[in-house]
Each structure stands twice: as C-alpha cells, then as structure tokens.
Design a protein around this ligand. Structure first.
Ligand code: ADP
Ligand code: ZN
Length: 579
C-alpha cells in the first residue's frame, strides 16, 4: 500500500508543473508594450481606439482598430470611462483576471495544497510507518514462501520445529490431549546458520503468514515506539488468525537486566520487552500464533523471556558439520550450472563455514564463472571464491609494492606456513600468498582446520605459536628494529586464545578453574594478574617460536624465496619444498 501512496505524490507535482507552464505562456502572450498617456490621448483624438479594458489596477489595456494593443496608465477617474463611452469606444471591466490565468492559478494552488498535505501526513505517520514497515507478509508473496527443503542440514532443529508446524495446522489434535504448545521458540546459534530461514520455513510449511521484526530496530528509536510496534505487530498477526511472528536479534531488547556492566537500564528496551511479554501472555493456545525469536547467544537473555509460557522452547541451530555442509552446498548449486565439482571435497575444506558463508562461496563462484563466460562453475572458480570469501579480493594493481616490502611479507607468511606445517600438521596449510588483498592484508596463509568440537591445551598453545610465527620470522631475518605492523591481526588472534585459556577454559594459574566473567563485580580485582599471566604465556610461546624458526631457518628461507618468485604456493608445492 505504501508503494501506491508513493506514486500518488507524483500527481500534484505534475499538475503544479503543468499549471506553471500554462501561466508562463499566458503571461508571455499578454506582455504588451506600454505607451505613455499622451500617446493614448492622441489615439483617442484620431479615433483609432476600439476597446479599452480596465481593471482595478493602475494600468489599462488599449485595443486599436488595426488590432494592435498596448497598455497605458489608468488615471482611475470615472469621467474617463464616461468620455470613452461617449466617443463610442467599448469599455470592458475586467476586475477578474482572464480565465487563461485563473484556471492554472487555481490548479497550482490546489496542487501545492495537496502536496503539502501529503508530505505532512507522511511525516506524521513516520511513527506509524516505522511500526508497520518491517512487517512482511511473506505468505502472500508466493515466491518467498519457503519450506523445510530450503534448509539443508539442521535436522534436529527441523524436527523440533515440525511439532510447531503440526500445531499450527491441527491445533485441535493437541487440545484434545490437553497439550500446551509453546507460544514462543528461541532459535539460537552463530550468525548465518539459517535461523531466519527456519522461521520462514515454519510459516511456509504451515501455510500461515510470516511477520518479521528485528530487535535492533528498537534500539535507536524514540521511547514508546518500540512497544507500539510490538503491539501493532501482534494486532496485525491476530487479525490473520494464525501466524508466525519472527523477532530477529531478540537480545537487542531482551538482554539480561541488572547484570554488572550491561545492566544499564534502558527505558525503551524495557518497555518493548514488557510489551512483548504482555502480548505473549495475552493470546491463548487456540489462537495459533507462534513467536519465533533468534539470537546468537542464549545466555545473554533476560530470564523473564525464558520462563514457561513465554519462550520456553530453545532450539540450537549450530554450524553445519561436514555432511550438512555438503547438503547446503548441493542445495545452493542446484540451480547453477556446474561441472565435475567434488562437493564432498569442498565440504571438507569449509570447516567452520556457516550456511550463509557457504551460500556466499557458491555465489562468488557463480560470479567468477559468469565473468569468465564459462559454461559452468568449475573447481577453479570454487578455489578462487574460497580465497575471496576467507581473505578478500586480490589486489590487481601491485606495481606500487616495494621489493623490500614484498620480502618482508614473504618471510612473515613463510613463518606462519612453516610453523603451521611443523606444529599443527592436522590443520593443513592449503595456500600461502604474498598477494595483498583488498581487505588490507599484505598476504595470508590459509589453513583448513581439523573438524572437531573441542581443542586440547597443546593445540591452543601451538595455534598461538603459528599466529606469532609471522612476527617471529620478521624479527629473526630483519632484526628487532625492523618489525612491522603486519602482525596486527595475528596478535589479536593470539591474545584472544591466551585470554580464553586463562579466563574461560580453566587452563591458567591465576584463576585456576574459575571463569572470569562469572565472578561478577569481583571481576576488576582479578583483571591485572590475569593480563600478567596471559602476557607471560604469550611471551614464552613467542620465544619458543623464535627458537623453532632458528632451528629451521634454511627451510624458512626456502619457502620465502619461493614465495617471492611465485607469489602463491599451494599445499603440494609446500610439501615438495619440505623434502
Ligand atoms: P541467521 O538468521 O541464522 O543469521 P539466515 O537464515 O539469515 O541466518 O541465513 C542466511 C542465508 O544463508 C540464507 O538465506 C541461506 O541462503 C543461507 N543458509 C544458511 N543456513 C542454511 C541452511 N541450513 N541451508 C541452506 N541455506 C542456508
Ligand atoms: Zn601474519
């Protein structure tokens, strides 16, 4: 409906422009020469005048017998009119402007009025248009009606949601048994794992309307608007009888309150959350409305949301395992031409990829294939797209690179590659390159991590060493005073791992088996010794990395020089160098 309204606004604009054009033409036509009053009296005396048109203004128009016309000063005396009439000259009173002008003026005025009226209502409805704008009734749009076939993998989540679909389809069946179906379901898991997709599929499978709203929409808006939006949403959904209401990023409104740092109370959030809870307790079982919320983190949510009768079913939507990845890849390849692709292999290489990332990998490959005018997507396109998804586009223009910078990058990346091969053979080094990326990296080393759910302490320590190996190689080859900012990302990675080891995984001395974020307000008193311990841990690992690189310096140089020459080295080339 909004779209049609948008078009309506064009009508007064067009009429205004048209009437302006007419007005301009009309005034062009009526621009006539001005003559002095004495010339007028001359014409009068020589009987040249046929008509005089007078209005209330200080000018009058004179029409001559020969058809010419001019204007002259109107003395505005009654005697003039009389004397003119006496000489047999027609006198026209024209207190109203000619029709040619009035009509466009009226139209112009009307257009301006309706235009302002439209703009005012539009800005007024700003509040209400926000409350409505995010609602998409997907069920009415056949193309976006999805079913569970559109979601690959996630079998447990689908099964759990199948109950909800059944309930939406046959509520009587459950009522007969006195079963209480959940009013609210929370889907939780990493971004891009298909939570939105699942929610849409529930609506699609059950054949009910789908309404979506995102929690983050409430964060910036004025107080009260969020709550109003929630109420509107429920009103709209109820008017449909059955519906699925989807609230993405529920944590934006439902973050736990009064918990240390993030307990800063925010009226808007509270009001919105309360409105949501009120609405949810306001409808009964029979109504057939299910609220599905999505979040990346279940543990961040306010308890009030998780109580029975509210969002009491929690379904994890996890990152796909290798089989699920294969299914997701196949699904997204289905309508795209492809040839000789080993989908199993791609699935193996895409450890920790979410569904969204897999989709983007396939999409990127399709774009590359189209650019190449290739008949189909080949494994080469996938390979290229894989590097792009992980590291960004290669910079095409590289002539500006200085030789010494390339040398530095070559040793830095060779350091990562070498230590990776030596310490973490299970995480295969699949590619090392010194071609800079548009994401800002000077080069990068890609590894395919092992598909596993947990990591041992020695793995984590080795991972830190691999991260630090770039900097360590720079130091060994160029000296401490020549180290670069290239290790910026590596340092952030190793810091993260070290911090987690000490504060979350119970692998440190300072806290032992205590998790730092759970100690609440005592947190600050533990901060410093924790940092001290992390620093010592990382320093120690760094020294060991330097030692390891020194022991294998010949190999390091071999990789670096090969990189300088070829710019990119793949797994098999690296293995050959190792022999
Ligand atoms: P989330 O809501 O969990 O952040 P989305 O549902 O928005 O993730 O997923 C984004 C996109 O990723 C989807 O539109 C789809 O193309 C793709 N995708 C994610 N998970 C899957 C899956 N399990 N099967 C198929 N496609 C998926
Ligand atoms: Zn690095």
């Amino acid at each position: 409906m909004n779209k049609i309204k948008k078009y309506y606004i064009v009508i007064p604009i067009i009429t205004a422009i048209l009437s302006l054009i007419v007005l301009v033409f009309a005034s062009f036509n009526t621009t006539i020469v001005n003559k002095s009053y004495s010339l007028f009296t001359e014409d009068l005396n020589s009987n040249n005048i046929s008509t005089v048109i007078m209005d209330n203004s200080s000018k009058m128009t004179v029409l001559l017998n020969n058809g010419d016309r001019y204007s002259t000063d109107n003395p505005q005396t009654n005697t003039l009119k009389e004397s003119l009439l006496l000489t047999g000259i027609e006198v026209k009173d024209q207190t109203i402007p000619p029709l040619a002008k009035t009509i466009p003026i009226v139209i112009l005025a009307l257009s301006m009025l309706s235009l302002t009226a439209m703009l005012v209502t539009k800005s007024k409805s700003g509040g209400s248009s926000i409350t409505y704008m995010d609602m998409h009734d997907f069920s009415k749009d056949k193309n976006s009606a999805l079913d569970f076939d559109a979601v690959a993998g996630n079998e447990e989540a689908k099964e759990s949601l199948m109950d909800i679909v059944d309930f939406l389809k046959n509520p009587e069946k459950y009522q007969k048994y006195g079963a209480r179906m959940p009013k609210g379901v929370i889907l939780y898991g990493s971004p891009g794992t298909g939570k939105t997709l699942l929610a849409k599929a529930v609506a699609g499978e059950a054949g009910v309307p789908f309404y979506a709203l995102s929690g983050s929409d409430f964060v910036q808006v004025y107080v009260g608007v969020g709550a109003a939006r929630v109420r509107n949403l429920f009103k709209k959904a109820k008017s449909d009888g059955k519906a699925v209401i989807f609230i993405d990023e529920i944590d934006a409104i439902g973050k736990a309150r009064g918990n240390g740092k993030n307990g800063s109370s925010n009226d808007e959030k509270d009001q919105t959350l309360n409105a949501l809870l009120t609405e949810m307790s306001g409808f009964g079982q029979e109504e057939g409305i299910v609220v599905i919320a999505a979040t990346n983190r279940l543990d961040m949510l306010d308890d009030a949301l998780l109580r029975p009768g509210r969002f009491d079913r929690h379904i994890e939507v996890s990152l796909p395992d290798v089989n699920a990845r294969e299914k997701i890849l196949s699904l997204h390849l289905k309508n795209k031409p492809h040839e000789n692709l080993n989908i199993k292999d791609i699935a193996k290489k895409t450890v920790y990829f979410s569904g969204a990332k897999l989709e983007s990998l396939i999409n990127e490959s399709a774009i590359l294939a189209a650019k190449d005018n290739s008949d189909s997507i080949t494994s080469n396109h996938i390979e290229c797209a894989y590097s792009i998804t992980l590291a960004g586009y290669e910079k095409k223009e590289r002539s500006y690179l200085k030789e010494e910078d390339k040398l530095l990058t070559a040793y830095h990346e060779a350091g990562h590659g070498l230590v990776g091969m030596l310490l973490l053979p299970q995480d295969k080094v699949s590619k090392i390159t010194i071609i800079p990326t548009t994401k800002g990296a000077g080069g990068y080393t890609l590894t395919i991590p092992e598909d596993t759910n947990y990591h041992r302490i020695d793995y984590l320590k080795n991972k830190i060493k691999v991260s630090l190996a770039g900097r360590a190689a720079e130091e060994i080859i160029f000296g401490k005073d020549k180290i670069s900012t290239g290790a910026h990302g590596d340092i952030s990675q190793s810091t993260d791992i070290a911090l987690k080891m000490v504060t979350e995984y119970g692998m440190g001395e300072t806290l032992g088996l205590i998790k730092l974020s759970s100690v609440g307000s005592l947190y600050s008193s533990y901060g410093n010794p924790v940092i001290e311990e992390c620093k010592n841990l990382v320093n120690e690992l760094y020294d060991e990395t330097i030692e390891l690189l020194n022991e294998n310096r010949a190999f390091l140089e071999k990789i670096a020089l090969e990189l300088l020459e070829k710019e990119t080295l793949y797994e098999d080339e690296l293995n050959k160098l190792a022999i």
